[in-house]
Design a protein around this ligand. Sequence first.
Ligand SMILES: Cc1cc2nc3c(=O)[nH]c(=O)nc-3n(C[C@H](O)[C@H](O)[C@H](O)COP(=O)(O)OP(=O)(O)OC[C@H]3O[C@@H](n4cnc5c(N)ncnc54)[C@H](O)[C@@H]3O)c2cc1C
Length: 454
Amino acid sequence: MLTMHPPCILEPMKIEKSECVIKSYSFDATGIVFEPEGVVFAESEKDVIDTVRHCLKTKTPVIPRGAGSGFTGGSLPVKGGILLSLERLNRIIDIDTKNMVAEVEAGVVTGELRKSVESFGFYYPPDPSSLEFSTIGGNIAENAGGPRAVKYGVTGDYVLGIKAVLGTAEVIDTTKRLKKNVVGYNLTPLFVGSEGTLGVITRALLKIIPKPETRRLILSYFPELTEAGKAVTEIMASGIKPSALEIMDRASVECVKRYKGFSIPQNTEAILLIEVDGTKEEVRKYAREIVKILKAHSAKTKTARNEKEEEEVWALRRAISPSLLHIAPTKINEDVVVPVDKMAQALDAFRKIGKLYGVPVVCFGHAGDGNIHVNVMTDEKDERLFERAKKAVREIFIATVALGGSLSGEHGIGITKEKFLPIQVKKEEIHLWRRIKKAFDPENIINPGKMGLI
Ligand SMILES: Cc1cc2nc3c(=O)[nH]c(=O)nc-3n(C[C@H](O)[C@H](O)[C@H](O)COP(=O)(O)OP(=O)(O)OC[C@H]3O[C@@H](n4cnc5c(N)ncnc54)[C@H](O)[C@@H]3O)c2cc1C
């Protein structure tokens, strides 16, 4: 459904221009700084429409922003303009257990939605590590995933419909609570992973599922990283669907140990963290089979005994990225993805690239779906080291694509990965992206200068 609204110009006082606001909204999780001309805190769909109308009239870029936790500069005003914050558009409109959907405004924090849904005995699985602060709008725009994507999929698998304001200030609404709907082009998935370049999402209709009865978490310690990679491939081929399968290499474990205090067996080169869920009987059976596979690959195993222990392990996993920042504040953090059967090869290749360029490379991430967080540990102040690190990053991308992989499994392209796009995507395809954007945003005012889109 497409709606036109009567002309309306944003009242000037709704654009915040104080130095404090401008500075606070001039960066995201990359730490890169671009100051906006002003910030609008939308409290209704009408505020969004008015802002887009104002920007159309004044030919000013408008940049949608959720929590600003993106890792690729997606919400930075690289071409100036108005930052449109959705954080106050944060109502959970409805949790409809009969149709198994939740309807929410774009600025709802993911963890808040999860808690609400769980209070009804349901489950919203997408679980980016940033779930305590990132928003549903940002999650949709980046197609965010997390540890449980290996079994339950990523945000896009739960987006049934959206309401969005296009670059023309028209509104599209695809939020029908239907199981089937075959009427013309399906516009909903186009917004998933679009990095805020097609329109401003104001509302989302999300699928929810019954909450699993129980779960179990197994920790395993490997003397060889490649053995951990092989165990991952074997578990994934065994027919068991773990609800999480995370890997940490030795360097990442060492970092967390220093930061948090955590004891592991001597000679541990890699840790796998495996979670299974389902009925009590299923969980017992899956855990038994997984431990057998792990032991066949020389791993020592330990099972969390209660929810408290489980949460401690997850907290450790979530602490990796921040703990690395303590050691290398300007580390380069990439999130490549490779076919699951190429995990061991990829980890080996990244380690060799690190050695070749003389920069430590720390790997951890979602092994079960081949999504590896590769951290090239560097220091911007050391020019020579930083140059070598940048070369290592390019080599990592080349090796990834050569293995049939992709530049990003979660964080998107934004501005930080634009220059690497040609390694993976043909220019004809990028031209097609530009034509699609033009149909939604003919004046190129919505988040310009991202994703190779000009
Ligand atoms: C500590 C930490 C851990 C993280 N862990 C994960 C992880 O496990 N998995 C993962 O996938 N990501 C992770 N991230 C990255 C980040 O949290 C995700 O990309 C998240 O989806 C961004 O949401 P946000 O609300 O912060 O969006 P922002 O950073 O504000 O914006 C991100 C992009 O979405 C667009 N956007 C935001 N809201 C809208 C809207 N309403 N309509 C249209 N476009 C919009 C912006 O223009 C921008 O291009 C992590 C980040 C941090 C800091």
